[in-house]
Each structure stands twice: as C-alpha cells, then as structure tokens.
Design a protein around this ligand. Structure first.
Ligand code: PRP
Length: 231
C-alpha cells in the first residue's frame, strides 16, 4: 500500500483538523511531540504521512501531488487558484472575506471611483472588483496588518478576513461590503483522487458522517474558531 500524504496549513486550522481526523481513526502519535523539529510525520501502520506548511503552500503541494490531501482555508484555495479538487467544507474556521474601511469610504465605493485597495489577497480582490462589481481599482498587495493601510492613508479600503470584527472595531474601521463566506476546506490532488479513490472517499464519507453527528448535537457544544494562522 502506498502512503497517503496530508498537507495541513500551520496553526489553529491544523489543530482542529488533527482533532477531527483523530475522531475517524486517522492519527499520528509522532506529531504530538511538540518539541520535535521534524517536518514529516509518519504512521507506518496506517500508511499515512503528515506535514505542516504555510497555508498558501498547501494548494501547491496538493496540485503537484507531493500531498494527496490538504486542509486549508477557502481564502487560500481561492487566492492560489491551483488545479485540485475541493471536496469538503469542514465547517470550522468560519469567517468572512470583506471590503472594509472607514465609514466615509462607503460613498467612494458606490461612485465607482478609481480607489486604492490594500490586501493580502490580490486575486480575490481583483476578481471581486473587476469581475463582480465591474469597478476599476488599484490593488496594493500587503503581507499582514492590513487594517493599517486605510488608517495611514495607503489605501481607501481593504479586502481582508473578518472573524469577530474586533480588529476593525479597535481601529475605527467597519465592514462595507461582504465578498464571500470562508471556512476550512479539504482539497485533493486530481490524480490521487483516481488512484486512491477508495481510501480518499472513505475519509471524505467518514468526515461527512462525523460532521452530521456534530450538527445534531445541542448548539452549545458545537464550537467554531477562526483560521487566522492559515492566511
Ligand atoms: C486576521 C485578519 C484580520 C483579523 C480579523 O489577521 O487579517 O486582521 O485576523 O480577525 P477579527 O475579525 O477576529 O479581529 P491575522 O491575525 O491573521 O494577522 P495579519 O493581520 O498579520 O494577517
């Protein structure tokens, strides 16, 4: 039997994913050693391999087949635009991709002026403004702390992830438009899906069944988190 390799985006998403996989009998003891500097973890018995990478690299590993399965935020799937199958919404890491800015920017958005948009997600921003809103904007790529951009005058608005909204509130900004909802997704390499169809479908079906059970639980016990470290 060949190894089935999982690529997980580092951070909160990975911890939640590992917990979820453990509940369907997919686990790796080796990974629990927090002091380890190892990058690739193996479960010989189940013929499984796991590695953690930066979120945006997960779709790359999966497209090239270095990983058969990946778990990453929908934001990353959209931004990277890699050739892969998105097979499952894992239902956690829920947040929203939004256009945000000071309240005063609402009007410039409506007038469709040539505004500046700062973002860590230039492809998502471009698709939203150019293809959906038919508005020409200047997109400025940043790598983090995006909320700074409208405060210091780099951009009129930002396209960024909003989970609780507290970063916006604390910086005097607000959601102006919603681009799309986000959550953790399972993605699969297109060839692996054919070659390892049975094993991969079993994982997908087991996860679906597990999520069905979770959804039937009383609401208070169904906790959800963000996927910040992933983007
Ligand atoms: C993300 C995102 C927002 C913030 C939203 O940033 O880019 O800044 O979280 O979360 P909230 O609505 O719960 O406040 P992250 O913490 O990943 O850091 P970054 O700014 O460096 O991307």
């Amino acid at each position: 039997m060949e190894y089935l390799t999982f690529a997980l985006g580092k951070g909160r998403l990975a911890n939640k994913t590992l917990k979820m996989l453990e509940q369907i009998g997919i686990f790796c003891e080796e990974m629990k050693d927090r002091d380890s500097r190892k990058l690739l973890f193996v479960n010989e018995e189940l013929k499984l391999r796991f590695f953690l990478s930066k979120g945006p690299d997960v779709p790359t590993y999966v497209e090239y087949g270095a990983a058969d399965i990946g778990v990453v935020g929908k934001d990353t799937v959209m931004e990277e635009g890699r050739k892969l199958y998105e097979v499952l919404d894992l239902g956690f890491g829920k947040c929203r991709m939004c256009v945000c800015g000071p309240g005063s920017a609402k009007e410039v958005l409506q007038h469709k002026d040539l505004i500046r948009v700062a973002t860590k997600y230039p492809n998502i921003a471009r698709d939203y403004f150019f293809n959906k809103k038919h508005q020409t904007v200047e997109i400025i790529k940043l790598n983090g702390s995006i909320e700074l951009a409208p405060i210091v005058g780099l951009a009129d608005v930002i396209v960024d992830i909003v989970e609780t909204g507290s970063t916006l509130r604390e910086n005097g900004l607000e959601v102006l438009e919603e681009v799309c909802p986000l959550s953790a997704r399972m993605v699969v390499n297109q060839i692996s899906m054919k070659m390892e169809h049975e094993r991969i479908m079993k994982i997908i079906n087991d996860l679906r069944e597990l999520m069905g059970k979770d959804l039937r639980k009383p609401k208070a016990s169904f906790t959800q988190g963000g996927n910040h470290e992933d983007h």
